[in-house]
Design a protein around this ligand. Structure first.
Ligand code: FEO
Length: 394
């Protein structure tokens, strides 16, 4: 790999991972990812911001050696997760005089996860600054910009924000900067859905503080650098807001075709009523795309057959994720069929305990859908359109 200078004496020294296809053994990565590490060479001190995933630690070390970095004074750790802090033990071996700089919670996690010596950590507080000579870094503690210990680092003189996970996205690209904002928007929204959405209320509170810093560049720890911070801040402000769109997300599984008939009919009925609908056949869908659709959808309708007296296990998985991601959905319902009974609807509704939804009367039928089922689906589509009208999105 190769390091690159962003502004004078500030370098990208991270690693690109073009081949990685799964993150946290959960999140699909269609475009790979990067682990961005940055080096700031001040007139008196040198600081490294975050490291890289341990699988790529050699690339970080080679970048530092090629840059001729003989001493690092501070290793600033914005986040203890292994994809950013995992190479810290190796970097400390290479640069034993370096002090790790982070907040107290992050220090404790570094000790627990990476067995870093507590004494090697310099603990900073919210708003504190650290001088590197002609450059100054300022720290903002921002719990839950993924984990509870996360923080941001701001390079005052160059007005570059290093927010680690926040504002990034998973993409391995040889481009150092975002070159296509439409593509970046899509990737960033998907990343937000998968990583940040459960913490939207925390993030909402940080955005004005970040705007006050007036950064000219956002250099996250995943994906290319953003030279138009307003673009990303505006997008986040929309995603974390309470406003929802006139959209129904419809994740479903159909075993023998009955649920599929209901889904097809509901899709048509919603289109007729002017409601946008995004069906996801869970046996084929990329779970990241489902998360993306959940960001601002007003309604979720879950389609399931009955298996072993409950919902299909793939539906259970998707419902669990939708609940854990805490999207801002307002309404939910269930459609599906059964052969000899079961509690699919009750199980699904109980699973949605993290989202504050109003449940619209489900449509669960015995066997193959008949005329009465079609009438019931039309009633459900009417109810959804009515709810969307009531909250002013249709
Ligand atoms: Fe990119 Fe929360 O780690």
């Amino acid at each position: 790999m190769v390091s690159r200078e962003i502004v004078k004496d500030v370098f990208w020294v991270g690693a690109l991972d073009f081949d990685r296809r799964l993150f946290d053994e959960l999140i699909p990565l269609p475009d790979g990812t990067s682990y961005n590490s940055y080096l700031i060479r001040g007139s008196e001190k040198t600081a490294l911001i975050d490291t890289v995933d341990p699988a790529k630690e050699e690339e970080l070390i080679v970048n530092l050696i090629k840059l001729g970095i003989e001493q690092i004074d501070y290793i600033i750790i914005n986040h203890a997760e292994q994809d950013h802090a995992g190479s810290l033990p190796m970097v400390l071996e290479m640069y034993p005089r370096a002090k790790v700089v982070t907040n107290e919670k992050c220090r404790d996690l570094l000790v627990a996860l990476l067995q870093i010596q507590k004494e090697s950590v310099m603990v900073i507080k919210d708003g504190e600054t650290l001088s590197l000579g002609n450059k100054t870094v300022k720290f903002l503690l921002t719990p839950w910009t993924h984990w509870p210990e996360t923080q941001l680092t701001f390079l005052v003189e160059d007005r570059i924000l290093f927010p680690c996970d926040l504002f990034g996205f998973h993409q391995a690209t040889s481009e150092l900067y975002i070159t296509n904002e439409a593509e970046a928007y899509r990737s960033a929204k998907r990343y937000y859905a998968e990583i940040m959405m459960p913490f939207r209320n925390s993030i909402k509170g940080y955005i004005p503080k970040i705007r006050d810093l007036d950064p000219v560049m956002i250099a996250p720890s995943h994906g290319p650098i953003n030279k138009n911070p307003k673009f990303m801040l505006d997008a986040y402000e929309d995603w974390v807001s309470d406003s929802v769109k006139n959209v129904v997300v419809l994740p479903y599984v159909s075993m023998h075709g009955s649920t599929q008939i209901l889904v097809n009919h509901l899709v048509g009925a919603l289109i007729q009523r002017g409601v946008e609908v995004r069906p996801f056949n869970l046996t084929k869908t990329d779970i990241g795309e489902l998360a993306y659709a959940l960001v601002d959808a007003a309604t979720v309708v879950i389609g399931t057959p009955t298996v072993l007296f409950g919902p299909h296990p793939q539906v259970v998985y998707a419902t669990y994720l939708a609940n854990a991601l805490k999207s801002k959905m307002r309404f939910a319902s269930v459609i599906g069929s059964y052969g000899w009974g079961g509690k699919a609807t009750e199980t699904i509704v109980k699973m949605l305990d993290h989202v504050k939804v109003e449940v619209i009367e489900p449509v669960v039928i015995k066997g193959l859908p008949d005329e009465a089922a079609v009438v019931a689906i039309n009633r459900l589509a009417d109810d959804i359109a009515k709810k969307h009208t009531e909250i002013g999105i249709l």
